[in-house]
Design a protein around this ligand. Sequence first.
Ligand code: ADP
Ligand code: MG
Length: 282
Amino acid sequence: QEIFVDLKDGNIYDEYEVRSTLGEGAFGCVKLVAHRKTKIQYAMKQIKKQGLIKEDQKILFSEMDILRLIDHPNIVKLHKLYQDNIHYYMITDVCQGGELFDKLASEKNFTEKKAAEIMKQILSAVTYCHERKIIHRDLKLENILLETKNSNSNIKVIDFGTSRKVQENEKLKLKIGTLYYMAPEVFQGQYDLKVDVWSVGVILYILLCGYPPFNGDDTTIKKKIQKGTFEFNDTDWRSISQDAKDLIVKMLKFDPQQRITAQQALSDPWIQSKAPNTPVQA
Ligand code: ADP
Ligand code: MG
């Protein structure tokens, strides 16, 4: 793999100083590091080579391959890849504000303005990916990070471990993702880019009321999604605008062909009126 800088003549710690641990992933831990020469801080995802089975290696390389080609302000940027005999190292932008999941947990729900500002950035990132036929497949609150600790921080999408580049009209079969956010057609094993729009619709719903539209134990969630009906509970949704609800309904359309695209959601009246000053780069 020539995409890696080979460290056989040196040590990763000669280049980067480890400051703290940012999180734990399925493949290994993510550390906050500082580049010794420039003092710039990055996140370093460290993956042990030993014990990595073929399938995991495939997932890993597809994440690296896709991230390498992506350049968008709302998607975590991959700066460099290293390897030594023991590990692979992915050096990416660091997001000091943590997961959107934790931010929401501490605030219960967001105002419509705040939710729209976040949505506009997520949709901008997803539109960028979809224009390049890249499907993320695991969009959820845990995979959206806040760039800084400021209350008006920008957001960045992470975790392209489940992403894939698809061909025109290609349908995917693999049942993958996180149950709360999974589109109904995923269970039928015949789906495309539109599953990301569904997941972002679920995110929007949660941002506004604090709980998911399809809730319960695993079997119940699956049943509810496959029925495709959800509700706006009166007490929780009374004070939320009809425009917000309309957008959710358009993103959670059961039939993927009737579901709006990420691009259409981005130019939706609710997004435009509530977050007019959030810049879009698609
Ligand atoms: P995995 O694919 O193994 O789940 P992730 O890429 O999702 O790994 O990273 C695991 C966790 O580490 C994330 O949920 C997040 O809390 C933290 N993390 C990952 N990347 C960054 C980053 N660039 N900045 C800050 N924290 C990060
Ligand atoms: Mg993850």
